[in-house]
Design a binder for this molecule. Structure first.
Ligand SMILES: O=C(O)C1=C[C@@H](OP(=O)(O)O)[C@@H](O)[C@H](O)C1
Ligand SMILES: C=C(OP(=O)(O)O)C(=O)O
Length: 426
């Protein structure tokens, strides 16, 4: 895709539904009793992979007129799939479904694309095995494909070495079936959508600080869910609004759950002109419209507990930092290396190709802002977050940019380029 510089970005946009909440609503809906009606479901390839996996386990899921209806089978009503379950590009699908499969009365194989087959699964294999699960990496390399045979499980107290909602959620979902109590403590709190939705569906779950505890649950009950807009999709328009001159963009109905909204804290620290308006709720998830205007950004240090609350937004924040005065340091973000791509190496490489002053470190990046960016030939390496970040970089660069693998935005935001085009003034 060829992209040209933009003069500004102006107007309003409603970003698609939150990816994490969309996945969880199909998963919990499938193992609940009764019907779960999902409004605002994200029609991205990752969430469609989750629907497809549950259909292969006998769940009737309708998807029409913008509403997904899941006819739940109850906690013990899934059936053995006759084919390997294809999680596509989705780490969330792979890891969360593993927690459910660990306790079913059948065996299943979970697989996915080339990227999924390189992502670490030892982080769920270890705690699920401690609970009694029979879960193996078929090629014994700690990655998918995974062979999972359901077993009776017992609760554990697990100190997770990583702040990962996917690890925490896999354990809590297995914990619904495990004898006694299952407890997960994280080094820092990660997104808590699983805990909120489990509570909403009737599970016995409580949280204290970065510890979540679930008890064996006799039944979950289906419910109506309205998915808020995804802050991880909003970040691209927010960044464009800040770094392009004469810009003003209103991003409507964005989920601002504090365990997800580290971006807001960091934008404030960088001096961004970002205002929250129309604060509201979508079920247990807080929402707001984000009004963003051209900003004089300055560098900051991004580290510690804010990192898991903005992990998927960090590539875009690195771009913002190129337009900030002074130095931005991103630390404690080694998790970026094990996403769809190595997001530390590739963000640094691509930003440098566009003329930025970026140094890659073991757990983040050092960015010295203020150098103008120029167009370049950039690859997204099939990583949707990189494609969207560098589409925005191209708008703010001098000269044209050739973006390879641009179409992988379909993973989390199929209409991204249409929405962007509508807002761009060239
Ligand atoms: O639980 C989730 O829905 C997600 C958790 C995060 O991954 P980790 O749990 O691996 O940090 C995030 O990067 C991913 O996009 C979605
Ligand atoms: C890391 C991501 O997703 P997942 O882990 O579900 O593949 C992402 O969407 O940026």
């Amino acid at each position: 895709m060829k992209l040209s510089p933009a003069k500004s970005i102006r107007g309003s946009v409603t970003v698609p539904g939150d990816k994490s909440i969309s996945h969880r609503s199909v998963m919990l809906g499938s193992i609940a009793r009764g019907t779960t009606e999902i409004h605002g479901f994200l029609e991205g390839a990752d969430c469609l992979s989750t629907i497809s996996c549950f259909r292969h386990m006998g769940v009737d899921i309708e998807n029409k007129n913008g509403v997904v209806t899941v006819h739940g089978k109850g906690l013990h009503g899934l059936s053995a799939p006759s084919v390997p379950l294809d999680c596509g590009n989705s780490g969330t699908t792979t890891r969360l479904i593993s927690g459910i499969l660990a306790a079913q009365g059948f065996s299943a194989v979970l697989t996915g694309d080339a990227s999924i087959q390189k992502r670490p699964m030892g982080r769920i294999i270890t705690p699920l095995s401690m609970m009694g699960a029979d879960i193996k990496s078929i090629h014994e390399n700690g990655c998918a494909p995974l062979q999972i045979t359901g077993k009776p499980l017992s609760g554990i107290c697990y100190d997770s070495p990583v702040a990962s909602a996917q690890v925490k959620s896999a354990i809590l979902l297995a914990g619904l079936y495990a004898e006694g109590e299952t407890r997960v403590t994280e080094p820092q709190i990660s997104r808590n959508h699983t805990e909120l939705m489990l509570k909403f569906f009737g599970a016995d779950i409580r949280t204290e600080g970065s510890t979540a505890t679930v008890r064996q649950t006799p039944e979950l009950y289906g419910n109506r869910i309205t998915v808020p807009g995804d802050i991880s999709s909003a970040v691209y328009f927010a960044a464009a609004g800040m770094i392009l001159p004469n810009s003003e963009v209103l991003i409507k109905n964005v989920g601002i759950n504090p365990t997800r909204a580290g971006l807001l804290t960091v934008c404030k620290a960088m001096g961004a002109d970002l205002t929250l308006i129309n604060q509201d709720h979508s079920g247990s998830e807080p929402t707001a419209d984000l009004l963003v205007r051209s900003s004089s950004l300055h560098g900051t240090v991004i580290q510690g507990s804010v990192i898991p609350a903005m992990i998927d937004e960090l590539p875009t924040v690195a771009l913002m930092a190129c337009f900030a005065q002074g130095r931005t340091v991103i630390k404690d973000a080694a998790e970026l290396k094990v996403k769809e791509s190595n997001r530390i190496a590739l963000v640094a490489e691509n930003l440098r190709a566009m003329g930025a002053d970026v140094t890659e470190t073991d757990d983040g990046m050092i960015i010295d802002g203020g150098r103008p960016l120029h167009g370049a030939s950039i690859s997204a390496h099939k990583d949707h977050r990189l494609a969207m970040t560098f589409a925005i970089a191209a708008l703010a660069a001098e000269g044209s940019t050739e973006l390879q693998d641009a179409d992988c935005v379909s993973i989390s935001y199929p209409d991204f380029y249409t929405d962007l085009k509508r807002l761009v003034r060239s």
